[in-house]
Design a protein around this ligand. Structure first.
Ligand code: NAD
Length: 245
């Protein structure tokens, strides 16, 4: 793997700090640690990869500048509307880009297991998703939950209209064509996700609990080392970890 020169964007944030610590541990050079108000364009010539964990409102500008300077990208921000994300992803594919809603290895395995379970279990098993994050999180459901839901919907051949966000009131009986989504917020929880498949006779629960932001930072820097030598295109952590068969 290469030793790319990094720009950490969002460097003063929780993830930014975890990324700087992980870069120190891996002895990866940080060309610039930037936050709001800093000049990304000026820093780009001295770097190979921009690692962006700032804000979804910043992603468009970050991608535009990286494409203009032909620099690789690792994007971790979440909370984009679907249409905006599709537009930005197409733009980002002009340079080597890893974009993942979750950079942890365990969660990427959870993605693969969830896809398999949704295919195998079929519609006699009601699928529900519960996620919990710290009180500061601004978007819901989490980017990881959104990806898990996409995998469940694909496996069950359902469209996004099947999603039921936080039931309340007289909702009527649950139908087989729905997937419940529940976002809990509180305290300092780094990120918990549980996918439940329940039939009348049994229940399968797949749970991942993140204990430390370091797991995302380590995964993101592994992605930065991997992506810098790739041809332009949009990749995800399944590519980086070789989980695609
Ligand atoms: P945070 O609020 O602690 O940090 C964000 C930082 O970005 C702040 O310092 C803020 O000043 C800065 N920022 C805001 N706008 C900016 C801009 N235009 N340019 C440069 N810097 C800017 O948030 P966090 O918990 O560190 O999370 C940051 C992002 O990463 C969120 O979108 C979050 O959902 C995402 N995240 C992704 C993963 C993953 O594995 N993909 C894991 C954790 C968090």
């Amino acid at each position: 793997m290469s030793t790319p020169r990094l720009i950490i964007n969002g460097a003063k944030g929780r993830m930014g700090q975890a990324l700087l610590a992980a870069a120190r541990e891996l002895s990866l050079p940080v060309a610039a640690a930037l936050d709001s108000g800093d000049d990304l364009a000026a820093a780009l010539p001295g770097a190979d990869v921009v690692v962006d964990f700032s804000s979804h409102t910043a992603t468009g500008k970050v991608i535009e500048l990286a494409v203009a300077h032909r620099k690789a990208l690792v994007i971790g921000t979440t909370g984009h509307a679907a249409a905006e994300k599709a537009h930005l992803a197409a733009l980002a594919a002009r340079v080597p880009t890893v974009w993942a809603g979750n950079f942890s290895i365990g969660v990427n395995l959870l993605f693969a297991l969830t896809a398999r379970a949704a295919q195998v279990l079929g519609d006699d098993y009601d699928a529900e998703l519960v996620e919990m994050h710290h009180r500061h999180k601004r978007d819901a459901p989490s980017g990881t939950a959104v990806r898990l839901l996409e995998l469940i919907l694909e496996g069950r051949k359902l469209g996004p209209e099947a999603l039921r966000h936080g039931r309340s009131g007289i909702t009527g009986e649950r139908t087989r064509q729905e997937v419940g989504v529940h976002a809990l917020r509180g305290g300092g929880v780094v990120g918990d996700h549980t996918v439940i498949f329940a039939s009348p006779g049994e229940r399968l629960e797949l749970t991942h609990k993140a204990g430390d932001r370091a797991i995302f930072a380590q995964g993101a820097l592994r992605a930065a080392q991997w992506v810098v030598d790739r041809p332009p295109g949009l990749y995800d952590m399944q590519d980086v970890l070789g989980l695609k068969d």
